[in-house]
Design a protein around this ligand. Structure first.
Ligand code: DSN
Length: 433
């Protein structure tokens, strides 16, 4: 039998992807991360071929006894690292988690207050995304330009006047925590709920480097499991209140999920164990790295957002690259040098700037996972300068980037030495590289 030439092509493209992004690039997209080899290994399991509609031990299919077991264990471990009481692992993304909670809290025509888009709100919180698709009215909380954040005093007034069904905080360009603690008593006083979208900062919360929104009055904590929390792509919903959790958990299937992509479960469970063991060390290094990168870029002449606020408290750094030709050009030129970032609207950009915004959003969580520390952040800043300020040929800098990356090829903050090595390392299935 002749092997179709497309098969060779498929393997080749996959190998190219793996080699390029795992071994040769500086990956600085704020919403990405990599799993550990052991998490990747359990991801490639029979679970990926199965269905398990319903909840553990109450399924609509046969053959699910190990799915029940792994889903229950995963929920337990995720509750442990989140210091929460209830968890639903079935949303297959953060956006699906938002859809499920928003729909249970409000009917079409009801009102929701969301953190301002300038303060980083995700598109799913808006009339252009999931909120709009559900027919819920999007009203934005007032913006405090000076603090690049929600304006607390004006928001209290608005909450009292509008009496929304719910308020959404958390964001995608997310440098400084939204004021959940300050606003939650006022939200609850009008009978509304606080939904905190921690997609970006969930790993920082699990690692105790970011205030836990559930302790600050959030009724729901919606997350992604693949950004600062370095697991497989997916979502989850947490709550400490059974009465709030139950209607969401009762309706997520069949409203928003049929198959919840079961191979995520063991991989998320492994990542929760890694975060239980190494999360604090990892999260605190991420925050130190982001701050160091921001300071280094500023000292080399870049206009880094939020100087008066200490630049960042998260894994992200935002840079205004209008002097370097704008976000689109800067991101493309950096990619030619194997430095991967995304162009991003900055708080003062209007929506019309979406294809060529003023900024770059940089996230340090993935390179931190590969062992980079403050010294490497200074090196990265100087590579940015060479490409974007000194105008060096990107292909020349690419060689420097590839050389640098050679020292950071294995995932840290995971089980890999000692007893682990003897018992399990031979069972890990490596990726095709
Ligand atoms: N698009 C993702 C991000 O980059 O923030 C969130 O869904």
């Amino acid at each position: 039998m002749t092997i179709p030439k497309e098969l060779e092509k498929i393997l080749e493209i996959t190998k190219e992807q793996n080699t390029w992004r795992r071994k040769e690039t500086l990956n600085l997209i704020a919403s990405e991360n990599v799993m550990s080899p052991v998490a990747e290994s359990v991801y490639m399991s029979d679970y990926m071929s199965r269905y398990a509609e319903g909840k553990p031990y109450k399924r609509f299919y046969q053959g699910t006894k190990y799915v029940d077991e792994i889903e229950t264990l995963t929920m337990d471990l995720m509750n442990q690292v989140t210091s929460s009481k209830f968890c639903d692992m079935r949303p297959i993304s953060g956006t699906v988690a938002n859809a499920a909670v928003f729909r249970v809290l409000a009917n079409p025509g009801d009102k929701a207050l969301i953190a301002p888009v300038q303060a980083g709100a995700h598109v799913s919180h808006t009339r252009f995304g999931t909120l709009g698709a559900l027919g819920i009215e999007h009203i934005e909380l007032p913006f405090d330009k000076e603090n690049i954040n929600v304006d607390v005093d004006k928001s209290i007034k608005m909450i009292e006047e509008v009496k929304p069904k719910f308020v959404v905080m958390g964001g995608s360009l997310y440098l400084f925590p939204h004021p959940a603690k300050e606003l939650s008593p006022h939200i609850h006083a009008v009978g509304a709920k606080l939904v905190y979208d921690a997609a970006h900062v969930y790993g920082l919360i699990a690692g105790k480097a970011w205030s836990n929104p559930l302790d600050d009055g959030a009724d729901f904590l919606n997350v992604s499991t693949h950004k600062t929390f370095p697991g497989p792509q997916g979502g989850a919903i947490f709550s400490n209140n059974e009465d709030y959790y139950k209607p969401v958990s009762r309706t997520i299937f069949p409203w928003f999920v049929s198959n919840h992509h079961l191979h995520r479960l063991p991989a998320t469970a492994v990542t929760a164990l890694e975060m239980r063991e190494f999360g604090e060390e990892y999260a605190s290094q991420i925050v130190r790295n982001a701050k160091k990168l921001a300071e280094s870029l500023a000292s080399l002449g870049f206009k880094v957002v939020g100087e008066h606020l200490g630049y960042t408290k998260s894994h992200q750094v935002a840079v205004d690259v209008r002097p370097q030709g704008g976000g689109a050009k800067a991101a493309k030129t950096l990619e030619e040098a194997n430095i991967i970032v995304n162009k991003n609207l900055l708080p003062y950009d209007g929506p019309e700037a979406v294809s060529n915004p003023s900024g770059l959003r940089i996230g340090v969580q993935e390179m931190t996972r590969f062992g980079m520390k403050e010294g490497e952040m200074e090196e990265i800043a100087s590579l940015f300068k060479k490409v974007l300020i000194d105008g060096k040929e990107p292909s020349q800098i690419k060689r420097e980037v590839m050389e640098m990356r050679k020292g950071y090829l294995s995932v840290k903050y995971t089980f890999q030495d000692g007893e682990w090595e003897q018992k399990f390392s031979s069972k890990v299935i490596p990726m095709i590289i």
